[in-house]
Design a protein around this ligand. Structure first.
Ligand code: SF4
Ligand code: SF4
Length: 92
């Protein structure tokens, strides 16, 4: 499946590009995102949602809740290249 761009109404950072075909379901992104919001590891409160599929070409789907502001923390902690973020433009 092709990488896709997220749409978040609260977006402040550059768009996050997802490639679900590379996702291993490790959930590090959920853990790290929840740490930011909750100061604790609680994947259920993360703004990124990883779900296992049974009827899809990719084993996992990646989506974001409205809480996501594209801060980029999950991108930095994804070791499998499933999350990428465009560079900030206009910064010298
Ligand atoms: S997006 Fe990356 S960090 Fe998140 S579950 Fe998939 S492989 Fe792990
Ligand atoms: S970009 Fe930030 S707020 Fe959005 S899912 Fe990743 S860590 Fe959470």
């Amino acid at each position: 499946m092709c990488p896709s761009e997220t749409v978040s109404p609260h977006r402040t950072g550059p768009p996050i590009i997802t490639d679900a075909s590379k996702c291993t379901g490790c959930l590090i992104c959920e853990l790290r995102c929840s740490l930011r919001f909750e100061k604790a590891f609680n994947p259920a409160r993360a703004a990124i949602v990883i779900r296992r599929q049974t009827d899809s070409p990719n084993e996992y789907t990646i989506s974001f809740t409205d809480k996501c502001d594209n801060c980029g923390i999950c991108v930095r902690y994804c070791a499998y290249g499933a999350l990428n973020q465009e560079k900030k433009s206009g910064v010298t």
